[in-house]
Design a protein around this ligand. Structure first.
Ligand code: SF4
Ligand code: SF4
Length: 174
């Protein structure tokens, strides 16, 4: 099993454990605040991008066209927060859910030593004492394991260079 899929398996186990003990957990389809309030463009390693690219390859051409437009706009946007250019804005769904990056898999279930939890909705429940018994995942350990997978680059950079290469390939075939 690849290192990335090992990481997925470990994250799934932690997430399932939390969900099993909390059937009313906030994260679910339609709750997309985290995808709409990104502090930065998501960073991915090459292994994560390779997987995500496979998901993108299954999307219809008009959807890819919209994503391409949003990626280009995002790469020059300075205002924060950011909306993920992959998000289906009308449904709040992720079109590449099965291939999503590690950061999206851990969000809401993992905490970082310096930064704590990321999600404001869940943080509110924590401060109300509702989630006092949750055993959070350790995001610092995930970051260490991601480093083994190599350099991370912004999603926009991966996408725009992939799109550029695809266009070159198509031009060669004409
Ligand atoms: S992390 Fe927060 S905003 Fe994101 S799905 Fe979970 S509850 Fe919703
Ligand atoms: S890749 Fe999917 S889950 Fe991750 S921020 Fe974008 S829309 Fe949300």
């Amino acid at each position: 099993m690849s290192k990335l899929f090992e990481l997925h398996r470990a994250i799934d186990a932690r997430v399932d454990n939390i969900r099993d003990n909390r059937p009313d957990w906030l994260c679910g389809k339609g709750c997309d605040n985290c995808c709409r309030r990104l502090a930065e463009v998501p960073q991915l390693t090459a292994a994560e991008w390779d997987l995500l690219r496979r998901g993108l390859g299954t999307l219809p051409a008009d959807r890819l066209h919209e994503i391409s437009r949003d990626m280009a706009a995002l790469s020059s946007q300075s205002a924060r927060p950011l909306v993920c250019p992959l998000l289906e804005e009308s449904s709040g769904a992720c079109p590449v859910y099965l291939q999503r990056p590690i950061a999206c898999r851990t969000y809401g279930f993992y905490a970082q030593r310096e930064l704590g939890l990321y999600c404001h909705e869940i943080e509110t429940q924590v401060s109300n004492g509702v989630l006092a018994d949750v055993v959070w995942g350790n995001h610092d350990a995930i970051d260490q394991q991601l480093k083994v997978l190599g350099e991370s680059k912004p999603l926009t950079e991966w996408f725009l260079s992939w799109e550029h290469n695809e266009q070159i390939q198509k031009a060669k075939q004409q």
